[in-house]
Design a protein around this ligand. Sequence first.
Ligand code: SAH
Length: 416
Amino acid sequence: MDDFPTYPSGLRLADRRVVVVGGGHVAQRRVPQLIAAGAEVHVVAPEVTPAIEGLVGSGEVTWHERGFADTDLDEAWYCIAATDLPEVNERVSRAAEERRVFCVRADDATRATAWTPATGRHDGITVAVLGNREPQRSARIRDEIVEQMREGVLAARRQRRRTPGVVLVGGGPGDPELISVAGRKALMDADVVVADRLAPRELLGDLPADVELVDVAKLPRGRSAQQEEINRVIVDRALAGKRVVRFKGGDNFVFGRGYEEVIACREAGVPVTVVPGLTSPVSVPAVAGIPVTHRGVAHEFTVISGHLPPGHPDSLTEWSAVARLRGTLVLMMAVQNAPLIAEALLAGGRAPTTPVAVVCDGTMPGERTVLSTLATLAVDLEAEQVKPPAIIVVGDVVAVAHPERFGAVPSTEEGD
Ligand code: SAH
C-alpha cells in the first residue's frame, strides 16, 4: 500500500467541519490555511498557543479545551492529528479511519491517509507540492515554482484580466523591493501606468512592452492643471476599457492627492480600488535606523507637510500647538521651509537642543542622513546642500538612534 503515489486533490472546505487535534506549533501552522479556505475549524486540545488563542478570541476557530474523544470526528470532513503524543495521534487516526474521514498525521506520514502539501499562490493559481516525505525539499520546490511564476520565467502568463478600472498603487519610499506583493501584481496587470516622479522608477523597467506609460512629470506644469490632466487621463483610459494603475511614491493618500483621483473616478462611474504603500514618513526613518516611536521616549508621532511656511494664510497647521507636543515630529516637503519651521517650533517652546535628523533620498542608493538640532538646522541644511526629497525627523527618537552624537536619552518608563 505504501508504494502507491498519493492522489492529489484540492479540497473545498468552506463551511465544512475540520478537526485539528493538538494546539501546538504544528496546529498553529495549519489552522490559518484552513480558516483561509473557509473551513469551520475545531481545535481539540487541553492547551493552545497564544496565536491559536487569538484566533479563538476573534471567533475564527472553536476550541474544545480538553483531550480528544473519538466522537469529535463524528461531523468532520477532514482532520489533522497534530499532538506531540504518538499514542493520541494514533487514536485520532483510528477514529478517523472508522468514520472514513481523511486524516493528516504530524508525527508519522506513513500512518496518515492524507498529506499536507507545501503550498504557494500566485495570480490565482495554487501550487501544491507533495514530496515523498521530504517537507523541506517540497518547500524549496514550491518556492522555486512560485518565484519563477512571479518573475514570469514559468509561462504562467494568462490572458490579462480585462476588468477595466483604476487601481491606486503606492510604490513605497523608493527601493523597488519595498512595494507590496499586491502592488506589484497590479502594476504587472496594467494596460496603462500613470507614474509620478517619486514613484519607484526601477519597477517601471519590468513592465511588459505593450504597457502605455504616462509620465506625470511631462504633463503641463502648475499643481491644479496637472492634477486635472491626471484625472482626465485615468478616467478616459478606464472608460476606454483599460486597466489603469496610478502609481505613486509612498502611499497615495499621504500627501499624494489620491483621494481627488478617487472622487474623479467615482464621478465618472469608473471602478477604483486602492493598494496601500509603505509611506515615507515611517519607512524612510526606519530604514535609516530611526524609530518614529520608542518606549518611554515618544508616545506619539505627528506627520506634517511643510510645503507652506508657518503663518501662511493657507496653512492648516497650528504651529504653536505643534511646538507644545512632546512626541516625534516628521516633516515632509519641508526642506525649503525648514528654517522658518524650526523658528516657529523654538518660538513655541521646543528646546534649541532638540535633536533633528534629515534623511535624504531614503531607501535609495544615494541615501544619507544629516544630524542637526533645532537651533542649528538652517545652517546645517545650507552647509550640507540638502535637496528634496527629504524626511525631517524632530525629537528624542533621533538621540535614541544616535547617542554618540546626542548622548543617552533617559526613559520615562521602567521595567517591561
Ligand atoms: N505619498 C508620499 C509622499 C509624497 S509628498 C508618501 O506616502 O511617502 C513628497 C515628500 O515625501 C517629499 O518631499 C519627502 O518629504 C517625502 N519623501 C518621499 N519619498 C522619500 C524618500 N525616498 N526619501 C526622503 N523623503 C521622501
